[in-house]
Unconditional design. Structure first.
Length: 406
């Protein structure tokens, strides 16, 4: 199947337009990383505390951020999490200690910041949506609404665990009101809980901490993984073709990575481990597309010995254009669907792939091939035989061997 047959597009004739396009986006990304947003590292790399919060109603992340900021928790990041109907947000704090006390500290600070007026209006009461089974059991033991005897501890512990299980499993972590306990616990227990608890409109689902040392190690490993992949490609292409092909491919991949990271900086989207995985994926994808073009160039060099390298490269790109559009188009549709419907967890990952596939396909045509031609022209101007061009087997008809430049 072919979309394009016998195309004759002068890609190299438009190289200055391509260069201008790449320069605009590369410089914009570099300026953003240097002066505006920096490189927005996720908690995986910078360290910090992640707090997953479930609301009983639709919530605006900006209002949650305002509540946290008023409570004195600076530099917090708030974003929607999961499907829109789940009413969940993810809060990232800069608390980086890794002790159990730090887990409780981050959770407590978030609860105090988000409870706000509800907490002040319910002075002396505990928040049922953010109370542990131990806290509920201790309260019931103290009040003893069922007037139990020697087995009070076991009974109230079981009742408290049943309340927490119903909240976390049946109601996704949030009670709408204490009346939701009707049918779950004894009416006397429900009445007692109403005296000592109130229900906020949110619940803390989970708290995770990445320490600064772990973040630094992950950062180092991500950089090394990227550099190793580039070095491996350079060596492979130098052995498979000529070293200039490897240099052109590595520069192309570096161009793709720079624009992708720059786009994340411009959009102020966090770069996490999944984004690094996407970047490594697009490195391989872009390199594969570049190799296809290079392989066709090498074949045509053997067949079209008398033509200029620029003409050979143009012909090779046109011959592989249909394959490039088919492969890139199908892959792009897949990652676009992932970006649109994959949910917040995969949003940054799929965004990196969407940008990477577009830029990777573009650069295989507009960056890699012009680098190759530019280098060959530079060598020719210096009177050296171009590396990419094989020596001619003999003089053209009607010319002496002495007049043939090799």
């Amino acid at each position: 199947m072919e979309f394009f047959k016998n195309t004759n597009i002068d890609f190299l004739g438009k190289k200055w337009y391509f260069l201008a396009f790449s320069l605009v986006f590369s410089v914009a990304g570099l300026l953003s990383m240097a002066f505006w947003h920096g490189i927005p590292l996720g908690v995986d790399f910078r360290g910090g505390t992640l707090v997953y919060v479930k609301y009983s109603h639709t919530v605006d992340p900006s209002s949650v951020h305002d509540d946290i900021d008023r409570a004195g928790l600076k530099n917090a990041r708030v974003q929607s999490y999961g499907p829109a109907g789940n009413n969940e947000v993810l809060i990232s704090l800069d608390i980086q200690e890794t002790s159990e006390q730090s887990l409780d500290k981050g959770k407590t600070q978030i609860i105090q910041a988000l409870e706000g007026k509800a907490s002040s209006a319910s002075t002396g009461k505990q928040d049922l949506n953010n109370s542990s089974s131990i806290a509920i059991a201790n309260y019931l033991l103290e009040k003893d609404p069922l007037h139990l005897g020697t087995d009070a501890n076991a009974r109230y512990t079981a009742i408290a665990q049943g309340i927490v299980d119903n909240r976390d499993k049946a109601r996704s972590g949030v009670f709408g009101s204490i009346d939701d306990l009707n049918g779950v616990a004894d009416p006397a227990v429900v009445a007692s809980i109403k005296d000592g608890f109130f229900v906020s409109d949110f619940g803390i689902r989970n708290v995770e901490i990445v320490g600064p040392q772990v973040g630094q190690q992950l950062r180092k490993q991500a950089i090394l993984a990227t550099l190793y992949s580039l070095a491996g490609m350079l060596v492979y292409l130098a052995l498979r073709f000529e070293w200039i092909y490897g240099v052109a491919a590595v520069l192309t991949v570096f161009h793709d990575t720079l624009i992708t990271v720059g786009a994340f900086s411009l959009l102020n989207r966090e770069i996490s481990l999944t984004v690094i995985a996407a970047i490594l994926t697009l490195i391989g994808y872009s390199n594969n597309d570049t190799i296809v073009v290079f392989d066709r160039i090498r074949e045509n060099i053997k067949l079209l010995r008398r033509e200029k390298l620029a003409d050979i490269v143009n012909k090779s790109i046109n011959q592989t254009l249909s394959r490039t559009i088919l492969t890139a188009g199908l892959t792009f549709l897949t990652v676009l669907a992932l970006f649109l419907f994959g949910g917040e967890v995969l949003h940054n990952f799929s965004l990196a792939l969407v940008i990477g596939i577009l830029i990777g396909t573009y650069s295989s045509i507009a960056i890699a091939a012009p680098i190759l031609v530019a280098y060959q022209e530079w060598r020719t101007n210096r009177g050296q035989r171009p590396i990419a061009m094989p020596a001619r087997m003999g003089p053209p008809s009607g010319q002496s061997k002495e007049k043939v430049k090799v």
